[in-house]
Design a protein around this ligand. Structure first.
Ligand code: SF4
Ligand code: FES
Length: 208
């Protein structure tokens, strides 16, 4: 794999072909905030909090650093007036869903984001997709999925699979940047899982 030389925040950074800007920045110890990124998962590009400014051949654009591949002579700025302004607005949109999400609080301080800029949304899910993708890509269980489109898009547990697979896994819980995932699981468990007495009866029958 050939080496690529690029510039990030005024520093020369060496990266391997195929790396993203985020990976190159991290390898050089340069911090870029992320929300929907996870090293074990395919890049997704949902939250856009990792936005940076990239100059290629004299053209500057805002790109998602977790998706954008490095290239020769690329000049990247992880903080600029434009980046900070965009990141602040993205944060404010996320805060409309999850104003108290622990994962956002430090960034809220750093970028001076206003929790009340946008009208509050009824869902606490920011649709980062970490739970759905982790369950599919790492656990290969597909116990959670996305449903509906646009403003009605939401995640849901699939009761038939979740009742079988989730009780001794729950590895997705700590990935969720808001409190939504655990709440959704407990709601599904209460409404749609077979009752414990039913399971005991079924297991008892199976063992007989
Ligand atoms: S429930 Fe949590 S982890 Fe899943 S998509 Fe929503 S915010 Fe992301
Ligand atoms: S971390 Fe890049 S789009 Fe979410």
């Amino acid at each position: 794999m050939s080496e690529i030389l690029l510039q990030i925040d005024g520093r020369e950074v060496e990266a391997k072909e195929g790396m993203t800007i985020l990976e190159a920045a991290r390898s050089a110890g340069i911090f870029i905030p992320t929300l929907c990124h996870h090293e074990k998962l395919e890049p997704y590009g949902a939250c856009r909090i990792c936005v940076v400014e990239a100059d290629v051949g004299g053209r500057t654009s805002l790109v998602a650093s977790c998706l954008y591949p490095v290239e020769k002579n690329l000049v990247v700025r992880t903080r600029s007036e434009k980046v900070d302004k965009t990141r602040k607005m993205i944060l404010e949109l996320l805060l409309a869903h999850a104003p108290d999400a622990p994962a956002l609080q430090e960034l809220v301080q750093q970028y001076g984001a206003d929790k009340d800029r946008f009208e509050k949304e009824s869902s606490f899910c920011v649709l980062c997709g970490l739970c759905v993708r982790y369950c599919t890509e790492v656990k290969k269980k597909n116990a959670i999925g996305f449903f509906d489109r646009g403003a009605r898009r939401e995640i849901n547990f699939i009761p038939e699979i979740a009742s079988r697979e989730c009780w001794n896994c729950k590895e997705c819980f700590p990935l969720c940047p808001t409190s939504y995932l655990q709440a959704a699981y407990h709601l599904t468990e209460a409404l749609a899982f077979p009752s414990p007495s039913f399971l005991i009866r079924v297991r008892g029958t199976g063992n007989a």
